[in-house]
Design a protein around this ligand. Structure first.
Ligand SMILES: [Zn+2]
Length: 184
């Protein structure tokens, strides 16, 4: 089931239509199920505010997406909260106008084509658009703090060749020697 749906006939030509949708924890859980990202633990609902304008068959959508997310720290896997508050604009055209390349044809896609999304029949579904905006806002290397030391390897799991902590792995000795020469 889609959550963020506008009926095309609700959107009058020449007059912007405003809609606000809650982004529920259930929606976040389902939409982000195949990612490392999840909704905030306190299950704060987010909000999608939409301003839609129609120009002929094309729809211009200006959206603001607000949501509280969490993502595992890239070093220690602790939850890192990510507060999303992003504005985005997209142009939607009827699916029937999408240019599908005929076999052997080499369609040159313009920048305009690439920025365009599509709607089918009489319904504009924004679920995929909202999901994309959320994921774009999540940092590639999320850290719980800039000096996160990472996972500590429990003593009984430390491979013996790692030694007792401060000792340098003998395999790294050549590197250390090299470092010493460079520093001279
Ligand atoms: Zn961390």
């Amino acid at each position: 089931m889609y959550s963020f749906v506008l009926q095309i006939q609700e959107i009058d030509e020449g007059r912007a239509t405003e809609r606000v949708f809650p982004i529920t924890p259930e929606w976040l859980a389902e939409a982000l199920a195949d990612t490392e990202v999840d909704g905030a633990l306190d299950r704060t609902p987010g909000r999608l505010s939409v301003l839609a304008q129609r120009d002929g068959v094309e729809l211009l959508v200006q959206a603001r997406v607000e949501a509280a997310l969490r993502v595992p720290c890239a070093r220690c896997l602790e939850d890192v909260p990510v507060a999303v508050d992003v504005q985005a604009t997209a142009l939607f055209a009827p699916e029937a106008t999408r240019r599908v390349p005929v076999e052997g044809e080499d369609i040159q896609l313009s920048a305009e084509d690439l920025d365009r999304d599509y709607y089918t029949h009489d319904t504009l579904v924004l679920d995929a658009f909202v999901r994309e905006q959320l994921l774009l806002e999540v940092p590639m290397q999320p850290l719980c703090s800039s000096d996160c030391a990472g996972l500590e390897i429990p003593a009984h799991l430390r491979p013996p060749e790692l030694g007792e902590g401060d000792e340098v792995d003998p395999r790294l000795a050549p590197l250390r020697a090299l470092g010493a020469t460079i520093r001279k």
